[in-house]
Structures are given as C-alpha cells and as structure tokens.
Ligand binder design. Structure first.
Ligand code: FE2
Length: 370
C-alpha cells in the first residue's frame, strides 16, 4: 500500500448544477471533454440527471435535479449555486479507507455501500469535507459496465466541433474556509486521512496592497493527493476568499487544477473554445525576463497566451487561472504544467494573480472595506 489509506489517486469530481445538460455542453465544448456516460429517466433514475465527461484521466460528473425543493441537490444549489459537491478518490478498499478515517475523527456521510447490476459492482463511502462537501472513497475493480450501476451510454452527441485541449488529470483541489478554520481542516486531513502538511503560508506570505490570505497545503505522504486550504487574513479590503465565502454562503471548493504537458497549446485551444482567463499585466513578463531563469519555453509565447511562470523551488511551473465559470464569483479552474519536478503551487505568481482577481472583484463591486 503506497499510503496508509490505500488511496490510489483522484477518481471523479461531481458538480451540482442547475441544468446538467447545458453544463455538460460547456464542459464538452469549452474544456474539450468527451461525454462517456449518462444517467437519468432513460436509465431508470427518476430524481436527477448526470453526465460523465472525460479526457485522459480527468473525470467530471455534472448532476442536476429533476425534482423540486425536497431534493438534496436543490438545497445545495439554493445555498451555494453551481459548485463542486464531492471529490472521489479511488481506493484499494472502501471499507478500510472509511473505517480508518472515521476511527481517526472523520465525519461519516455515507457508510460503505455496494451498488450492483449485471456488469458487477462498485463500492462507495463518503466523509464530510468543509460545510457541505464530501470526499468519496470509490472502487470499481469489480465492475465491467459503463462508469457505475445506473449509468448507460449517452443518448446524444453533445458537441460537433472542438479544439483538442490536451488536458490530462486533476493536479490538486483547493478549498476556501472561514477565518480561523484552516488549521482545523488541515488537522482533519492529517488526523483522519493520514495526510501531512507540506506548505504553510503564514501572515505576510500572500498579500496585496488591499488584502491577504493564509494557506496550508496538505497531501498524502506519497503525494498522489494535494489539497491546499485557504482562509482570509486581515487586510484593508475584502479578499477574494471573503468574496467567495459571501457568494458561496460558506466554505467549499474554490478551484481544481488540471494538468497538461503542453500548456501553450492547451491555453490556445481553451481560449479558442471560449474559456475566459485572468489577465496578466505586461510588467509581469518584463520581470520574468529579468530573472533570466532557464525555462524551455519562449517567454514571448507565454506572454502571447498570458501564461504565468513560477520559478520558486525545484524546477518551474507554468499556470493560468480561468475566471469564475458560473454565475457567482466562486469556482474556477487552473491549468498547470509542472516542469522538471516542480512541486509548488505558484507562490511567486500570487501577487500578479491576486491583483488581477482584485481588478475583477472591483468591477463586481466586491472590493469593499472589511
Ligand atoms: Fe492551485
């Protein structure tokens, strides 16, 4: 076993959304994912509708409600808007991971369960994360069918044209929590799931002229799962974390980073597909040139596509962040390429990045006094 929980890696991420069909279209068209599975009335599921979208190892499930206010999905949407409800890790044994986590203080949500049909069975259990999110322990070693019982082949082709975005897998998933909650959730991961704290950004490490935040990164000891947690810190004005907490109405998932091996091609394709990214000031590239860091990519190409480069620590990483993808200024994606063993999360870019976020925050009228 590579880590004591038997976690093999990320499996899928499930979004709750107002309209699964229209959101699935965005994921297919904008992110270039392929719809591979579907559940809904046609597959015998009466109360919700889900589409599974995939590319390489990236699996995103979008689920929408078919029933009114009694539904757990409707209650989530009413409070948070469209967002990530749960992320699933593939484990060697669902019983082992769940019982170990709960024995070590995890809050149980779903006790281990087996779902079966003529193609075999999958096993699943879940524990609570933040206010209203979940971590799912998932295993489908004994299932030969499409995704999981209840799912079938999609009955429509969602997209006719798309650019190849080259997206590969989830690199990390980030949570935003209220003031004074970060340590509690870092301890939760470390105690319940045997993670370790890898990076700890304290007061003054991440700040702009107006706002600041604290951040801790926890990860499995074999590094297959990396989970940064942010909380707001005192500043002159409301930080992006406070804007998130106000509009999400609580703590939850802020962003998911997706890896690529060729970020220049990925960003070019995503932009062509209509994905909007945060802007980077021109001076950013003047500073990057001055650093004279030996990176393989041509800096003028990075500048042309607005890609950020962090040269902190081992290797270097290239990254870029989308604008919030839904109606509320809450969830967004990051596209990341780790070069020569880079392990960080772009600390060197925080200044440029947060100033860019604050420009958008101001346009929304949310860069106000605390
Ligand atoms: Fe990130």
């Amino acid at each position: 076993m590579a880590n004591s929980m038997g976690i093999r890696g990320y499996h899928f991420v499930e979004f709750y959304v107002g309209s699964a069909k229209m959101t699935a279209y965005w994921f297919a068209k904008a992110l270039g994912l392929e719809c591979t599975a579907y559940c809904g009335p046609e597959t015998g599921i009466r109360d919700k509708i889900s589409f599974l979208l995939e590319k390489n190892n990236l699996k995103i499930l979008v689920t929408g409600p078919l029933q009114p206010s009694s539904s757990e999905i409707q209650m989530f949407l009413n409070l948070h808007g469209d967002g990530v409800k749960r992320w699933a890790v593939e484990v060697d044994s669902v019983e082992h991971a769940f019982s170990k986590a709960v024995k070590q203080t995890a809050i149980p949500v779903l006790t281990p369960r087996r779902y079966e049909d003529q193609d075999g069975f999958v096993q699943e259990a879940a524990i609570r994360l933040y206010d209203d999110s979940e971590i799912v322990f998932f295993n489908r070693d004994n299932y030969r069918g499409i995704f999981r019982p209840g799912f079938g082949k999609p009955n429509q082709n969602l997209v006719t044209t798309k650019e190849d975005t080259g997206l590969i897998a989830i690199d990390h998933i980030v949570g935003n929590v209220r003031e004074n909650e970060m340590n509690r959730w870092a301890d939760y991961f470390n105690k319940a799931m045997d993670f370790e704290t890898f990076i700890d950004f304290g007061p003054g490490d991440i700040s702009t002229q107006f706002s600041a935040l604290l951040s801790k990164v926890v990860r499995t000891k074999d590094e297959v799962i990396k989970n940064p947690i942010n909380e707001p810190y005192e500043g002159l004005k409301k930080s992006q974390i406070e804007e998130y907490l106000e509009h999400y109405h609580g703590s939850g998932i802020q962003h998911i980073a997706i890896s690529t091996n060729d970020i220049i091609s990925s960003i070019a394709a995503l932009r062509k597909n209509g994905v909007e990214f945060l802007g980077v000031p021109k001076t950013y590239y003047e500073d990057l040139r001055k650093k004279n860091y030996p990176i393989r990519e041509d800096i003028s190409k990075l500048e042309e596509h607005g890609i950020l480069c962090d040269t902190e620590g081992k290797g270097y990483l290239l990254q870029l962040f989308t604008k919030p993808i839904g109606d509320r200024p809450t969830f967004f994606f990051e596209i990341i390429q780790r070069c020569e063993g880079a392990e960080g999360f772009g600390q060197g870019n925080f200044q440029a990045l947060f100033e860019s976020i604050e420009r958008d925050q101001e346009l929304r009228g949310n860069l106000t006094a605390r």
